[in-house]
Design a protein around this ligand. Sequence first.
Ligand SMILES: [Zn+2]
Length: 248
Amino acid sequence: MAQADWPWALLLILISPAVGSFLGVLVDRLVVGLPVVARPSSCAACGARLAWRDMVPVLSALALGFRCRGCGAPIPGHLIRIELVATLVALISAALVPCVVPMWLSCACLWCLTALFYSDLLHMRLPDRLTTALLVLGMALAVTDPGRGWAEGLISAAVGAGSFWLLRVAYQALRGREGLGLGDVRLMAGIGAAVGWAELPAVTLLAALLALAVAGVEALEKKSLPRGDTRVPFGSYLAAAAAVFVVL
Ligand SMILES: [Zn+2]
């Protein structure tokens, strides 16, 4: 990294826990259509408004013993995990991506993928606003990459969305029910733009392997085979797999 880039890398890492805190709000509010910015932060159990000292990422939760100051209800674990993941991906971006603009754009893509990962995992939803944000950030990554450019970004987005749309139509024709949601199709447009069309088969393969590994572990734990109609948050696996290819 160039000498002049260090302050920018440091700033990225410093803001990351607060960004993680905001991503947690996005994950919980976007899926139920609540306003994200206008509503002040409050306890999900008792509705008490949170003071600034209760909103310091990770540290407030530690100081409060992971419970609400007012009612004592446990602070949802995913909120703290999202803050930690957001910080971790900022550290990884700063360590692996040498120039400031791609570093910040890659990190923003990873933050967006983190929110999408948890949305699908917790709520089985991939909110349009998050998949659109990923597409915009992915296109910005393509445009600022001298080896790619906007045309390649657009083609990659079309290949990602198009291939999953075909899979969706084929599955519906064969099985008579929805296997892949439109959210997954939109997600693949953003992933395509972010990583480039050539990486899409590898992203999809890694996502499928992750899904199989998790299903295998769950089957071992429950000592029963997963059923054919079990809902799998495949968007989460796609987001996790894409994250690997965004920084490598
Ligand atoms: Zn409370």
